[in-house]
Write a protein that binds this ligand. Sequence first.
Ligand code: HEC
Length: 91
Amino acid sequence: MGKVAAIVLIGLFCFTGCSMTQTIPEPESHGAKLYLKKCTQCHGLPGPKRHTPEQWDQLLVLMSGFMKERGLPFSADEKKLIQDYLHRNAR
Ligand code: HEC
């Protein structure tokens, strides 16, 4: 592997990997685990403090639409747990 490829690889790993290691509130809770699992499938994890509860409600509707398009499962129960988690830790 060439030097450039290695640098690109490290960069990519950080792009996807760094956000995974960020600390989020209540890391041991069911909601936080589900949030980590479900909401990192397409992009890095947005911190719960980035939005207000009302904004999260709208975003969740949008995101479930994206997941449906991609055929990714997202049940009503899972959505509820993530929603509760985000509401508890929102801005
Ligand atoms: C199927 C892929 C997919 C999944 C899974 C997904 N998202 Fe997204 N998300 C997107 C896309 C695509 C955008 C960019 C939309 C845009 O900018 O209009 C986005 C943008 C966002 C944004 C706005 C940009 C930002 O960084 O502030 C937030 C917040 C967000 N997603 C939260 C979530 C949450 C919470 C979940 C889990 C419930 C989630 N996403 C799961 C596809 C996804």
